[in-house]
Design a protein around this ligand. Sequence first.
Ligand SMILES: [Zn+2]
Length: 162
Amino acid sequence: MQVKCKLCGTTHEKTESYSPTGKSPYYCSKEEYEEEQVNQIMRKSTFTLLHDDILNYDERQIVVNKKLEQLGKSYGWEIVFKTFKHCENDIKFWIQQKNFDNEYLKINYIMAIITNHINDIYIKYKNEKRQKKENNIYIDIDILNDDFVPNSKNTNDISQFL
Ligand SMILES: [Zn+2]
């Protein structure tokens, strides 16, 4: 039986796909599935930060923004969240200085700041990740030389993002 990956749409033989429950939805691999879990957590964190801390909304007010969803799709939510964190103080400062006729204009203004910074954050993060990878290779060689048995700590532990 052929099944379709929920995330990227690739079709696989059911036996070659991954599903945490054993039934639909299916994914290409466990890695892809877990990456998506982290992505969704980062999406939630982004909206919470914007909703609770930047806009100071209460639970009745919701934030809907097309541009924000687009950025999440193209950069991934981890990058979007990092950009918000990077710009948080600037945004808070500027939305206090300016008067907006409505919330729509205020959120558009915030999104303009985010859009201006996201590519820099993306490049910086990509370099950091590559650097980390290179460092890990170096450490691994050291470990081998010292005949050291590393423990099997799960490096995919999502707590590092929280
Ligand atoms: Zn896939």
